[in-house]
Design a binder for this molecule. Structure first.
Ligand code: FAD
Length: 444
């Protein structure tokens, strides 16, 4: 051991040939300490990999002992786990140097303090990062589906101060944006007569942005019972989940449908571009608003339009039926069922069954539009055990709550009435109840 006021050989060696002097590139942690009595300053920078100190470097503005203790502690720390390194004491540093004069013991204190400070800095940053990462994935309310129901639910929840995200797999605005962006919005009191579906969706998107709703353009693949929403970009957690996945056009299940519904071969489920039907002979199958809308939307472009309906009456709103009847281009076949679509590469013929006469009808056609209703989009939550009716629509109570705690449903997926105004009202109901459930206000 060194004499009380003499330096050991090891101290002298580390003082003359200090190890690990300098800076770590992109350090994970930095510790700076100073001694107000002697004025020494010490900085230690560390690099951490898998909880192990891979690199430790120091800079000091101090005496020979400060240099030697810093140099020694870097050698002692490299290769140790963070927990082991945190246990290195000033006594350990001094012992490793074969002792220090008592008057210089504060130098070893400084080295140990700087190392511990660097490790604590790393740990604090890591914790902060983990917290921020976790916050990125944590919400009060996650809405699955960005149609009218989902968007307005998100807007109204965010208006109540709830941290809200909406996931949309394809088109913001849902059916309105996807099937009929340039149509006027009907049945929604208070809008200008010139308001198109796209205008309304754009307004909602603007409001959602202003209220800082997180809009995530990605598909949700699964929802778990422990309130996880599994999407393409990761696993999200939410206190409340709102199902707003809407509906998709149903298939008719007739022979030839699958073959001709691909690659623009003549079978469609809706009209997005009336010009596509210019000069065509078109068969529309169905008798509700969708079939009537489809016929009216191509009345100026198609050559001949036939509507085939299973029943003996159409089921659409009066003013549309009047427009339909006023057109001499539209022929209606009541009590008629489509049985087959045939052709070589493209649709050429529709084979139908006249239910009254019990005979087969064949008609030469270029296109078939199957407006046979909508099917609820329920595949992602089938495993959840959500209660549905016999047609696959979600059952809710008057608060829009499903049978699973914390899970609500809005819009077409939970309604007999496919109307935007109904979806918006569902959104308001959910926002109110979610606020009460999460914030527990004094008035409840
Ligand atoms: C041609 C047509 C015209 C219409 N015109 C009117 C009208 O003028 N006035 C009126 O009041 N109503 C109208 N309707 C009805 C109206 O469009 C619906 O009532 C409304 O769109 C329902 O909204 P929603 O949010 O429940 O569902 P949708 O609009 O169907 O939206 C559901 C959304 O959920 C998304 N989604 C589904 N699954 C997932 C998933 N796993 N992950 C992420 N996202 C998912 C879908 O991509 C979709 O965008 C019309 C309907 C049609 C077909």
């Amino acid at each position: 051991m060194a004499e009380q006021f003499e330096y050991s050989e090891k101290v002298m060696d580390h003082f003359r040939n200090p190890r690990n002097v300098g800076e770590v590139k992109n350090p994970d942690g930095v510790g700076r300490v100073g001694n107000p009595v002697c004025g020494d300053l010490m900085e230690i920078q560390i690099k951490v990999e898998n909880n192990i100190l891979k690199d430790v470097k120091f800079k000091t503005f101090g005496c020979g002992s400060a240099i030697a203790t810093s140099s020694m502690i870097t050698e002692m720390a490299i290769g140790k786990t963070l927990e082991e390194a945190l246990k290195i004491t000033r006594g350990d540093v001094a012992a490793e140097l074969d002792g220090l004069p008592p008057i210089k013991m504060h130098c070893s204190n400084l080295a140990a303090d700087a190392l511990h400070a660097a490790i604590k800095d790393y740990m604090a940053k890591k914790e902060e990062k983990t917290k921020t990462e976790a916050e990125k994935y944590d919400f009060d309310v996650i809405v699955v589906g960005g149609g009218p129901g989902g968007l307005t639910t998100g807007i109204l929840c965010a208006y109540r101060g709830l941290k809200t995200a909406i996931f949309e797999a394809s088109s913001w605005g849902g059916i309105l944006a996807w099937l009929c962006p340039t149509n006027m919005v009907e049945n929604f009191p208070g809008l200008s007569e010139k308001t198109t579906c796209k205008d309304l969706v754009d307004t909602w998107m603007g409001e959602a942005g202003k209220l800082k709703v997180e809009l995530k353009k990605e598909r949700v693949n699964e929802i778990t019972k422990d309130m996880k929403v599994i999407a393409q970009s990761g696993e999200y957690r939410s206190k409340i989940i709102v199902l707003a996945t809407g509906t998709s056009p149903a298939t008719a299940g007739v022979k030839g449908e699958e073959k001709f519904s691909k690659e623009d071969r003549g079978v469609y489920y809706y009209v997005t571009n009336p010009d596509k039907f210019t000069g065509k002979r078109v068969l529309i199958v169905g008798g509700g608003n969708s079939a009537v809308d489809a016929a009216l939307s191509i009345v100026d472009t198609a050559d001949l339009i036939t509507i085939a309906h299973r029943h003996n009456e159409l089921r659409a709103v009066e003013h549309k039926l009047e427009r339909l009847k006023a057109s001499d281009k539209i022929k209606i076949l009541y009590d008629t069922e489509l049985t087959e679509i045939s052709g070589a590469e493209k649709v050429e013929k529709a084979i139908m069954h006249d239910l009254k006469e019990d005979e087969t009808i064949q008609q030469v056609v270029d296109s078939v539009i199957l407006a046979v209703g909508m099917t609820p989009n329920t595949e992602i939550f089938k495993k959840l055990g959500i209660e549905m009716d016999e047609n696959g629509y979600i059952k809710t109570d008057k608060s829009q709550k499903t049978n699973i705690a914390g899970i609500y449903a809005v819009g077409d997926i939970a309604s007999d009435l496919a109307l935007v105004v109904v979806a918006v009202a569902h959104g308001a109901t959910v926002a109110h109840n979610a606020y009460i459930e999460l914030r527990k206000p004094y008035w409840r």
